[in-house]
Design a protein. Structure first.
Length: 271
């Protein structure tokens, strides 16, 4: 695995340069990468060993853009556990960009809102997560070149990066909430009982991504930040059945606010 990761990282550096920062663009949010017309675009399929998304609507390419005098890897699309990948494959992309040089990685996602303070359309900076899946990307032999066998997870989401997220949101006058994200594997949405369980356990959001990447990056000592876009009220909180269409429609409606915050955040992180 370490050789496969190093090969992918070397290919990214060879063809696109060394990223200082990387951002993973979640469901419905990938279009942001297209704003950088001068970026070097590498399709995931062209990077050796890189898993490529198997779901419609999730593009798969890395756009290396220049912001300030730094390179930023914009990852449009990600692979999810529910597509049938092993957790180690789910985190392959973020591990590669971290090995390529990114020391800060921002993870973004679409999520269901569980707490009454998170409404559809809201942006939420993650403070912590609940891994309710029983799966872990570090399962198996430890890759000592990446990190310790038993990595500390007491601050997965860097408080310094979180401050930058809040400052960036303030720069562009977009409200930014805070919350705890509970990872479910999907692809079925949660039941109302599962959402109620997550809420009682302390979750504000439920979703199907982000947590494995955050764990793997923290293992590597990377500074992680995460922003959820609440696309719907979670099952049972919502009076209506959930649909992927609702998720993508809310993401589209919120795209402008998301873009402004991410623009401001990347400017700050590359300053
Ligand atoms: N649950 C899980 N994942 C999601 C949701 C949800 O309600 N909305 C967007 N992604």
């Amino acid at each position: 695995m370490i050789d496969r990761l190093r090969t992918a990282a070397a290919d990214i550096v060879d063809r696109a340069g060394v990223p200082a920062v990387a951002i993973v663009l979640g469901s419905g949010l990938s279009a942001y990468a297209a704003e950088f017309a001068d970026a070097t675009e590498l399709s995931y399929a062209s990077i050796p060993g890189f898993p490529t998304p198997r779901v419609e609507g999730h593009a798969g390419s890395l756009h290396m853009a220049t912001i300030g005098d730094k390179r930023v890897a914009l990852m449009a699309g990600r692979v999810h556990f529910y597509e049938g990948w092993d957790p180690a494959d789910v985190v392959f992309g973020v591990r590669s960009v971290a090995l390529a040089g990114a020391s800060t990685v921002i993870l973004t996602n679409a999520a269901g809102g569980v707490g009454s303070h998170v409404q559809p359309g809201n942006l939420v900076a993650l403070t912590d997560h609940l891994n309710l899946t029983g799966r872990n990307p570090l399962h198996g032999q430890n890759i000592a070149e990446l990190g310790a066998r038993f990595p500390d997870m007491s601050a997965v989401y860097s408080p310094a990066v979180r401050s930058q997220i809040h400052a960036a949101a303030a720069d562009v006058a977009v409200p930014m909430a805070e919350g705890v994200y509970a990872w479910f594997t999907g692809p079925s949405y949660e039941t109302p009982a599962e959402v109620e369980m997550a809420r009682r356990l302390g979750a504000d959001l439920v979703g199907m991504s982000t947590v494995p990447e955050a764990i793997a990056l923290r293992h590597m000592g990377i500074d992680v930040g995460a922003i959820s876009l609440v696309t719907n009220l979670a099952a049972g909180i919502s009076a209506t059945p959930l649909s992927h269409e609702e998720v993508t429609a809310t993401a589209a409606e919120a795209r402008d606010r998301f873009t402004r915050v991410v623009d401001a955040l990347l400017r700050r992180l590359t300053a």
